[in-house]
Every structure is written in C-alpha cells, then in structure tokens.
Write a protein that binds this ligand. Structure first.
Ligand SMILES: Nc1ncnc2c1ncn2[C@@H]1O[C@H](COP(=O)(O)OP(=O)(O)OP(=O)(O)O)[C@@H](O)[C@H]1O
Ligand SMILES: [Mg+2]
Length: 272
C-alpha cells in the first residue's frame, strides 16, 4: 500500500528491541494507529513504554519487525534521506520523559521557536506560535530564562511548549503530566482533549489512570515481558480491578483506599 491510501499514521509489525548487552525492551509489538486516535500506553516501570515512543520518533531502530510512519518504513536507511527526515520531523513530535534530555537552547524563547524556525513559515507566524505555546503552558514569564535554571515542572512545560509549537500531526508524549501541579495538569489535559482531531493522533505514556479515562480513546497495556498484554478501549480495562492489579496498573492497597474514599464520598453526598 502506498503512502497516499494508507490510513495508518503508524503501523508496527512484530517489533523486537534490545538495548546493548541483550537487555530486552520490546517483544513482538504490533499495532496500527489511525487519525483521531488518542492512545494511552500504560504498564509497569521497565515494560517498554519509553522505548516504544523512541522507536516511533525514529531515534532508535527495531532489531526485527517493521515500523511504518506516515505510510513509509521508519528505518535507519530511510532517515538518511534528507527530504524524508524533514517531513518526518515536521509531522511527528515527541516530548521525552526527562526534560533535561530535550532542552538545549540558551533561553526558553529560543527553545520554543527552534522548531518553527525550521519549518519555512513566516517570521510573524513563528513569533505567534512561540507566544501561543508559552501562554498555553503558562510560562510566558520565563521566556528570557535559560532552561537549565528552571524547576523540574517548569522544564517539563518548556519541553511540551517546544514540541506543541511545531503543530505536529502525530504527538508522542512520554509521561506528559509527571511533575506538573494539578492546575497545570488540568490545563494540559483540556488542551489534549481538543487536540487529536482531523488527521492527527496522540500517543502518550502515563501511570495515571484518571488521565487515561479522561482523554484516551484506546489503551495499550505493556507487560513485564515487554509485550502487549492488552489493546482496546479504556472501558474494557479500567473497571476490571483484578486485571489492573495483575498488570501492575494499580496496587491492591490504593484500590482499597480509593474504594474507601469513594464510599466516604457517597455517604457524604447522601447527607446533603
Ligand atoms: N539506555 C538503556 N540501556 C539499557 N537498558 C535500558 C535503557 N533504557 C531502558 N532500558 C531497559 O529497557 C526496558 C524498557 O525500558 P523503558 O524505559 O522503555 O520502560 P518504561 O516502560 O518507559 O518504564 P518507566 O515506567 O520506568 O518509564 C527496561 O528493562 C529498562 O531497564
Ligand atoms: Mg518510561
């Protein structure tokens, strides 16, 4: 199938990945992602979520299997093609789990306009995008600061802003809300809820099942053996406590705690 009539933004076929030293990170991972999907990647620490996102961003390459992005194989060879890299980097944007890996510019402003400056759009448009993402992330007051002189949450907001300013078609976010205060998390979630329309998709990893329930149209559950344990709609898993405990998505303790809180809430509501 050629790129024009291929409906999938990503197509993964039996991907295996090992880190040097034969450390397995992905095993037989297959899925297709189509426009409009908001896919949550969940699973225990070390199950392979970040590795999968890095593969989808063309930063590392599978040991075996095939990964297609925008209808074309995402191979090391293919990414040597300057035209393809340009198009790929314009259409696929990733925010890393650790913002320190992402930020390199002398100021926050330089960081958020770096991507747009590569796009061949007008200077006015670059500046407008820069202002818009700073405002969106609530970091306009930090624009002249060097990114390394920021708090952890502030850095995370700068790395989100710097990728959002590209307006990519496929947005890959590795634990986007980690380290953000509740109000900033809420703002980001409101934005992401409206984001994956038309030909766009969003793939994000998280440990927060509340966010999954709020925004995901689909959940991929990674297991400790680095394979996909389940792939379906949020309501297929989120209300199955046994499955969630079994796959390390909740702990029995917090499960009991939440039920207790909920039953308190119900009693409380009852009184009013
Ligand atoms: N740079 C690396 N070198 C060697 N092994 C690595 C490296 N990064 C990750 N791994 C290993 O690969 C596996 C998958 O790691 P990965 O970071 O993809 O997991 P994750 O699901 O993102 O975990 P977390 O929830 O902790 O972010 C783990 O066993 C991990 O120890
Ligand atoms: Mg990770």
């Amino acid at each position: 199938m050629n790129a024009l009539n291929n409906p999938n933004i990503f197509e993964a076929n039996k991907l295996d990945y090992d880190y040097p030293g034969n450390i397995p990170a992905l095993k037989q991972v297959s899925f297709n992602i189509t426009p409009g999907e908001v896919v949550a990647l969940v699973g225990a620490n070390g199950s392979g979520k970040s590795t999968l996102l890095k593969l989808m961003d063309g930063l590392i390459f599978a040991k075996s299997g095939e990964l297609l992005a925008l209808g074309k194989p995402l191979s090391e060879e293919r990414l040597k093609d300057k035209l393809f890299v340009r198009e790929f980097r314009r259409k696929v944007g990733m925010v890393f789990q650790d913002p320190d890996v992402q930020l390199f510019s002398p100021t926050v402003w330089d960081e958020v306009i770096f991507g747009p400056l590569q796009l061949g759009i007008s200077k006015e448009e670059v500046i407008a995008r820069g202002h818009a993402v700073l405002e969106l992330m609530g970091i306009t007051h930090l624009r002249e600061r060097p990114p390394y002189m920021l708090s952890g949450g502030e850095k995370k907001k700068v790395s989100l802003a710097s990728v959002l300013s590209l307006q990519p078609r496929a947005l890959l976010l590795d634990e986007p809300t980690t380290g953000l205060d509740p109000s900033s998390q809420g703002n980001l979630i409101d934005f992401l809820l409206k984001w994956a329309v038309d030909d766009k998709c969003l793939v994000f990893s998280t440990q927060d099942l509340d966010i999954v329930e709020e925004i995901a149209t689909r959940v991929i559950v990674m297991g400790p053996e680095h394979n996909i344990l389940a792939d379906g709609q949020p309501e297929d898993f989120l209300f199955d406590p046994d499955f969630l405990v079994r796959t390390n998505l909740i702990h029995e303790h917090s499960h009991r705690h939440k039920q207790l809180v909920h039953s308190h809430q119900h009693i409380h509501e009852h009184h009013h």
